[in-house]
Design a protein around this ligand. Structure first.
Ligand code: 1PW
Length: 206
């Protein structure tokens, strides 16, 4: 049983995102701390690692950007002020800006959300359809030909669902509960971040 094991990656992810969802549930103007956001995001990194060597680059990119947000949290308290500082400095879209990294990290969270959603409704042991759908929906529109090509090659060397669950120390039933819980909690959080951008006319399609 997964419960008997010390490693509860999925449970921790689900719990932290539930926390964040309650913070943003009240209002779109609620303050969300950069520190708690980046801490929750860092829990998702091992998931990318579990998807196999093909997603090493995705993992490295995600980890670096979450790390940048964690670093920013030392001097910037909320996500609102993080975005507003870049607006003031005219650096929203600049490579490496906190706001730009936030948008990329949000896409990582969204991709995991769609991935889980698809795993929950897909029969069988292959992750290829769930992962392809998640990538197509969230990242593909923003990636050039070379990256899309590399990712689609990576889809052929994904672990099976069974292998993924084993790495996560979950059985089918416990994984379902935690995945559904992440899907439910991450939805309002992702909407909240989108609103941070849209309400300032920054766009989210870049
Ligand atoms: C569930 C399994 C499926 C798919 C995972 C695919 C994730 C694909 C992400 C690959 C990203 C690695 C290459 C880096 C791309 C960067 O150019 C790009 N980053 C992202 C996350 O799109 C933009 O980053 P930048 O220019 O703002 O530093």
């Amino acid at each position: 049983m997964a419960e008997a094991n010390g490693d509860k990656t999925l449970r921790r992810i689900a719990d932290e995102f539930k926390e964040l969802a309650t913070v943003v549930a009240d209002s779109p103007s609620a303050d969300l701390e950069v520190a708690s956001f980046s801490r929750a995001c860092s829990l998702v990194s091992p998931l990318f690692a579990c998807l196999g060597v093909a997603f090493k680059f995705a993992e490295m990119d995600y980890v670096a950007k979450v790390h940048d947000l964690a670093d920013a949290s030392k001097s910037i308290h909320t996500l609102q002020s993080l975005v507003d500082l870049d607006v003031k400095g005219d650096s929203v879209r600049k490579a490496g800006s906190h706001t730009r990294n936030l948008l990329r990290v949000k896409r990582g969270l969204d991709m995991v959300r769609v991935l889980f959603e698809q795993i929950l409704v897909t029969q069988g042991n292959s992750l290829r359809d769930p992962a392809s759908k998640a990538y197509e929906q969230v990242f593909a529109p923003h990636h050039g030909w070379a990256i899309r090509k590399a990712v689609s090659a990576g889809m052929y060397v994904l672990p099976t669902k069974e292998q993924l669950l084993r790495k996560l120390n979950e059985d089918e039933a416990s994984a379902k509960v935690q995945m559904q819980s992440y899907v439910t909690a991450s939805t309002p959080l992702i909407q909240y971040i989108d609103k941070l951008f849209v309400s300032r006319d920054l766009g989210i399609d870049w």
